[in-house]
Each structure stands twice: as structure tokens, then as C-alpha cells.
Design a protein around this ligand. Structure first.
Ligand SMILES: *[C@@H]1O[C@H](CO)[C@@H](O)[C@H](O)[C@H]1NC(C)=O
Length: 407
């Protein structure tokens, strides 16, 4: 069975327009004085293979109900599958979210932030604010923006229930119906104002910092705020200004410690993408390097395993990537100022149920990513990765993701 990969994140565009129905304007949230910001931490469930995604459980509504949301640092808007009623929903672990007179209007700053300048799509301020979000190769969600309560226990012990804006998605298009994530929606943690983390910041609850630690054994943790940063050992690099994504500027690829002709790769970090993607040219170059390096080693290409485009088999089926790490060289992305992002073989290979080992770096050209190079879950595993929107920088550090840290 051919397993197409999700590229969950990377919103290519986000359209908001007017729906026909006029709607009663809601009170705009009063600006609250900035407090002493606290932090939030959530246990994470999921894995790269076979599940293909990591999710957290978030309680939403009054009374609160739990929802499984896919962690996505590649897009801004959080949305839930929604009974508005739903015209196209996918099977989900919980019942659909039911909006109750809590639609936001075009007047709402979150709606205007989605429009961008001009506001052509929302000419009448009292109209409801519709949205559409498209993911690179993974379909789309269409719906209307609502506001509801998110009961949260801050790490300083205080329980809060901020009213946050998210999408009530009543029509989801999916590209690959055979490998749907079994979730209720997406937790958008991108740079934009509609992101949950930006909203918590405006309310003075947490600082605009997101961190995740995705374990290679499955699970891990996610945090908001700066209460869980280690005192030392973080390598920081600036986020490119003007980018809509968590972009790192360009990197040169080293293969087994040696410089290669693959240079100047623009890098994007995206936890919504299961695998990593290189642009077509860099992908071909990488595949040539790996093939040349494997010649003479006891691995043969396994064309019969179509889990991913490129797989190899040994004399006996493999059970774990550990059995093959000696056949594959580490990769390094060399960024400005001698900053390095290391990819051990575990960060770019999976072992399939058929016992072959497959390359978890895919050709982004084939899914319309153009020149972008996306660092997805497979390469973010077993590291603490911090997206610091307060200081426009991304950092990473070695970490044990199997245990929740203490604040
Ligand atoms: C915890 O942090 C929140 C958010 O800043 C603040 O409103 C609250 O007063 C704090 N609670 C304590 C006990 O410090």
C-alpha cells in the first residue's frame, strides 16, 4: 500500500471572506493588564511512524470537552471539526464541536489579522468571519471563526479560562484518505496573530514562546511560555524577519562531516509535517550521496516496500533504526555563525512494518514546496525545540523527551 505523506503544515494561503448571513456583533475582549506571565505544559501523544503525527489534548468550551489537536508550528489558525452542521468531516476521536452563538465578526482584530491589509473580503464589519486554510499536500479546512473558553492550569497554580478565537471547520478536504490523522483538529502555533500562543500573549497569560520535545519512542511534551527553558545548552539562531513561517535562513548540507554541493537551503521548522522535505535539486543530490555511500554495504533497495519513495532491505528484516545506523552517515545543516543542526540517521530514517529502512527526507518539489526545505517531526525528535517569538529566534538542545520537565 502506498503511504502518501502528510504535509500538514505550511499554510499556503489563508482566505477569509464574507458569508451571507449577517451576525450580531460580539463584545470585543477587554484588554487585560499584563500580569506576570506564567507557562503551560501539555503531555504529547503520537509518533512519526506509523501514526504520522503528534497531538495534545486541549479542553474547550463551557462545560469543557477534550479534543485531540495535531501540533502544528507551520500554520497559525487552530481549528476543530465542527457541527455547524458539518458538510464534510473526517472520523474523529471525539464528538464534533458545537458552536453556540459565539461566532466572531469581521470587526474582530483576529479576523482582520487574517485578512491582511485591504479588507476586501470582509466589507461589512458585522458579518461573520469565514476562513479557509490550505495545507501544502494535505487538503484544507473551511469554516467560520468562533470564540470560546479554554480552561487551562498555569504552572504558577492559577486556573484561567481565556476566551480564544479558533476555526469551526465544517468542510475538510483530505488528499490522502488512507492515512488520516485521528484527531479533532489542528493546534496552530505559527507566527501570526491568530495563533493560540499570540492570543495568550495578548491576554498576558504566557510569553510568546513555544517549545516541543517529541520523543523518538513516541510521546513527549509541549509548552507555552519561557518557564521550561534549560539554563544552558540551547543553540539559538534568528528567525528570518518578514517570513510567515519559522524560517531559519539558508544552510549548507554536510554529509558525514564533509561539505557537499548542496548549499544555501532555505530552512523552515514545521512540527505539522511528519517527514522532512528538500527541494528537488537538493533531494536528488542527497539521494546520490546516500546511494554512493551504500555501495558495497549489505543493503539493497527495496522497491517492493512503498511505505516511502526510497527504502532499503538487509539480509533479515530490521526491527529498529539502531540496527542500520552504522550504514548511514550523519547529516548536518550548517547555518550562519557556525550554528549547526545535526541529523543523526535516526532523524532521517524510519524502519517500516515490512522490516526495511526508508529515507524520511522527501522531495518537496513533488508536493509543491518549491525551494523550501522543511524540517518535520522526524528530524525534530529527541530535541527540545524552542520557537521564541519574543526575541525572534529558534533554539534547540539535547533533551530527554520521555519525561515532563519541572518548571
Ligand atoms: C499566575 O499567572 C497569571 C498570568 O500572568 C496571573 O494572572 C496570576 O495572578 C498568577 N498567579 C499567581 C498565584 O501568581
Amino acid at each position: 500500500m502506498h503511504e502518501k505523506m502528510y504535509l500538514k503544515a505550511l499554510v499556503l494561503y489563508l482566505l477569509v471572506w464574507i458569508a451571507s448571513a449577517a451576525y450580531q456583533p460580539q463584545n470585543i475582549i477587554k484588554k487585560q493588564p499584563k500580569g506576570f506571565e506564567s507557562s503551560l505544559i501539555f503531555p504529547v501523544t503520537g509518533n512519526v511512524y506509523p501514526k504520522g503525527y503528534y497531538h495534545v489534548t486541549i479542553n474547550i468550551g463551557q462545560p469543557p470537552k477534550p479534543y485531540f489537536l495535531d501540533i502544528d508550528t507551520g500554520s497559525d489558525l487552530t481549528w476543530l471539526q465542527c457541527d455547524a452542521p458539518c458538510t464534510k468531516c473526517t472520523p474523529a476521536p471525539h464528538s464534533l464541536y458545537k458552536p453556540s452563538k459565539n461566532l466572531i465578526t469581521c470587526l474582530d482584530p483576529i479576523c482582520t489579522s487574517l485578512h491582511g491589509p485591504g479588507n476586501h473580503d470582509c466589507p461589512t464589519p458585522q458579518e461573520q468571519c469565514d476562513y479557509e486554510v490550505d495545507y501544502a499536500d494535505h487538503g484544507s479546512s473551511l469554516g467560520v471563526l468562533v470564540r470560546d473558553s479554554f480552561p487551562l492550569r498555569l504552572t504558577n497554580g492559577t486556573t484561567v479560562a481565556p476566551h480564544l478565537v479558533f476555526g469551526c471547520g465544517y468542510s475538510q478536504e483530505v488528499v490522502d484518505t488512507a492515512h488520516l490523522p485521528y484527531t479533532d483538529g489542528v493546534l496552530g502555533l505559527g507566527i501570526g496573530k491568530s495563533s493560540i500562543i499570540s492570543q495568550l500573549r495578548i491576554l498576558g497569560l504566557t510569553r510568546n514562546v513555544v517549545g516541543h520535545c517529541l520523543s523518538g519512542q513516541g510521546g513527549g511534551f509541549l509548552f507555552f511560555g519561557d518557564g521550561f527553558l534549560p539554563n544552558s545548552g540551547i543553540v539559538w539562531t534568528p528567525i528570518l524577519s518578514q517570513s510567515k513561517y519559522y524560517s531559519l535562513g539558508s544552510a549548507d548540507l554536510h554529509f558525514g562531516g564533509q561539505a557537499t554541493k548542496v548549499k544555501g537551503l532555505p530552512i523552515v521548522f514545521d512540527s505539522g509535517s511528519t517527514y522532512s522535505y528538500f527541494s528537488s535539486q537538493s533531494y536528488s543530490a542527497l539521494v546520490s550521496l546516500i546511494r554512493a555511500d551504500l555501495s558495497g554495504k549489505p543493503l539493497k533497495e527495496a522497491v517492493e516496500d512503498i511505505t516511502l519513495p526510497l527504502c532499503w532491505k538487509g539480509a533479515k528484516p530490521f526491527k529498529s533504526v539502531r540496527e542500520v545506523v552504522n550504514y548511514f552517515k550523519p547529516l548536518t545543516l550548517n547555518l550562519k555563525d557556525k550554528v549547526q543542526f545535526h541529523l543523526r540517521p535516526e532523524a532521517y530514517l524510519i524502519v517500516t512494518v515490512h522490516g526495511s529502512v526508508c529515507l524520511g527526507i522527501l522531495n518537496g518539489g513533488e508536493v509543491g514546496l518549491g525551494h523550501l526545505n522543511v524540517i518535520g517531526d522526524i528530524s525534530l525528535q529527541d530535541k527540545l525545540v524552542i520557537y521564541d517569538n519574543e526575541r525572534q529566534r529558534i533554539g534547540w538542545a539535547a533533551a530527554n523527551c520521555n519525561r515532563l520537565p519541572k518548571s
